[in-house]
Design a protein around this ligand. Structure first.
Ligand code: HEC
Length: 269
């Protein structure tokens, strides 16, 4: 009994409701571990997807840079999607002279009068096998009105797309970090304020990250906030993941916890 009352130097006593992993039943530890493994895998896939989607925006797909983020959210301010596609991934679909005709038409303002004569025949012949609107994943290039959507100047991801992605991220990542934070709450980490910060930070960075997508449209340097908050969010994910796994299976329970266990047994006895 003496040891329970022994003062612990520089430490806050355990909360009445705190349970270390070693005090949890095996079924819960297995549940936590399986959840961590799948969440970790999901996070890796998210990173691969993110890199693949954004790293090539500035023309260099090898690195994910500030420029990539600016272009993704506020646009390159230069070519339209049609022009970039014709000079990029779609360049092999038609001869060079035909590309030039269409690009000139776009740069001249993409007006309706010249569309019928100069552009429509080429598109009908070269593009409709894939872009007639039957495939919902490809831009529909059938008719002037549809075509207008890809002849606008590149102003980055549209507001409505951002709204869609925002709500998915808010719901999804809140759930992820609620689960991760709950698992991590069983870890023994001191000082307490540090543990609380690690739990809270992802929610803060999530909000900063998502709101900065919109702000980047108005003021480009917000792209730094996007990148920084994404990085900090990843760090807190990694920290919670590693500490939880380690304390669950690889480290001895802290002595304050084992002492409490002895105390409880005595209480019951
Ligand atoms: C064999 C099928 C096929 C043909 C033919 C085709 N495309 Fe595409 N197109 C695709 C696919 C697949 C994508 C999406 C992947 C990508 O961007 O490379 C795409 C994407 C696009 C995009 C969107 C690029 C972006 O901003 O994401 C545009 C614009 C485009 N094509 C224009 C054209 C034009 C103009 C033609 C005719 C000259 C054409 N395509 C012919 C298959 C095709």
């Amino acid at each position: 009994m003496d040891r329970i009352k022994e003062p612990v130097v520089n430490d806050v006593p355990l909360h009445r409701l705190y349970r270390h992993y070693s005090e949890l039943p095996y079924s819960i530890r297995v549940l936590y571990t399986a959840t961590l493994l799948v969440l970790g895998t999901a996070y890796l896939f998210a990173l691969i997807y993110l890199f693949h989607t954004y790293s090539g925006k500035d023309g260099d797909p090898r690195t994910l840079t500030y420029e990539d983020v600016v272009i993704a959210y506020s646009g390159s301010g230069k070519a339209s999607r049609l022009e970039s596609a014709l000079r990029g991934s779609m360049a092999t679909m038609l001869p060079r002279e035909e590309i030039n005709v269409i690009v000139t038409w776009v740069q001249d303002g993409a007006n309706r009068a010249r569309y019928e004569k100069e552009v429509k025949p080429t598109l009908d012949k070269r593009c409709m096998t894939c872009h007639d609107g039957s495939n919902p994943h490809l831009p529909n290039l059938n008719g002037f009105d549809n075509l207008q959507k890809v002849t606008e100047r590149d102003t980055g991801t549209g507001i409505f797309t951002l709204v869609r992605v925002s709500h998915i991220h808010f719901f999804g990542l809140t759930l992820v970090f609620f689960i991760l934070g709950t698992i991590f709450s069983h870890a023994y980490v001191r000082p307490i304020w540090f543990k609380c910060t690690v739990v809270a930070v992802p929610f803060l960075t999530l909000t900063l990250d998502i709101s900065s997508w919109y702000f980047t449209k108005l003021y480009h340097p917000f792209a730094w906030v996007v990148m920084l908050s994404g990085a900090v969010m990843g760090l807190s994910f990694a920290l919670m993941w590693v500490v939880s796994m380690y304390q669950m299976w690889f480290s001895r329970p802290p002595s304050v916890v084992t002492q409490r266990e002895e105390g409880e047994i005595t209480d019951v006895g």
